[in-house]
Design a protein around this ligand. Structure first.
Ligand code: FMN
Length: 215
């Protein structure tokens, strides 16, 4: 094995995650960490970007970067094309895992749970608030489908631009929000000498139970 990667090593020294200072509600802790990551991450990093893993009907895993667009008591919201590969995978197997990595604060958060489609009104509100070019892009792009050439996409964009000239495009019914309803949220704080802190919150009977895990 070439050693150049194996020799890369960073010691994590910035923060700790103490039991007595931690929140009973992981959503509160997530909000605090996201706020801090937004202040710390250096552009072009986006603190709300995360890896979303899904599993298809053959049991094969797929993972891609998405942007988190909101979170709260209902769950964690992201948006995309319901007919995309991820949309199909979530229709077949409505469970997912999302992972945030915030190197500026030496932190990772892992969130797992079932996924449902967001309410149509919420998807409408989000779509209406998007820039016009992004709205047209949602109409033009058959996300995850093969394209013969980029020209095909550009021709589709010209066609929808003409179709919606002078008016705001409505939300396509194949595009909208997904809501991951968290059943497990794990906070990982890098610590010196690989003795990291891990706090694992699991929902049991409507309550969050917190456990410290070995790194
Ligand atoms: C920084 C970044 C942000 C992204 N945000 C989104 C997003 O919010 N929604 C989305 O559908 N795709 C987003 N993508 C593209 C996805 O990674 C992916 O290519 C797309 O959703 C198709 O994935 P699928 O074929 O597995 O459905 C983003 C990619 C990057 C690198």
């Amino acid at each position: 094995m070439p050693l150049s990667l194996a020799q890369l090593r960073r010691n994590y020294t910035l923060y700790g995650l103490r039991d007595d200072c931690s929140q009973d509600n992981p959503l509160v802790l997530f909000g605090q960490w996201l706020d801090q990551a937004r202040k710390t991450e250096v552009p072009p990093a986006e603190a709300n970007s995360m890896a979303l893993a899904t599993v298809d009907s053959h049991g094969h895993a797929h993972c891609r970067i998405l942007l988190l667009k909101g979170f709260g008591a209902d769950g964690f919201f992201f948006f995309g094309n319901y007919q995309s590969a991820k949309g199909q995978e979530l229709a077949d197997n409505p469970h997912a895992a999302m992972t945030f990595f915030w190197p500026g604060v030496e932190r990772q958060v892992r969130i797992e749970g079932p996924v449902v489609k967001a309410a149509a009104e919420l998807s409408d509100d989000y779509f209406d608030a998007r820039p016009a070019a992004s709205q047209l892009g949602s109409w033009a792009s058959p996300q995850s489908q093969p394209l013969a050439h980029r020209n095909e996409l550009e021709a589709r964009l010209r066609e929808v631009t003409e179709r919606f000239a002078g008016r705001q495009p409505p939300r396509p019914d194949y595009w909208g929000g997904f809501c991951l309803q968290p059943r497990r949220i794990e906070f990982w704080q890098g610590r010196p000498d690989r003795l990291h802190d891990r706090l694992d919150y699991r929902q049991q009977g409507g309550e969050w139970q917190r456990t410290r895990l070995a790194p």
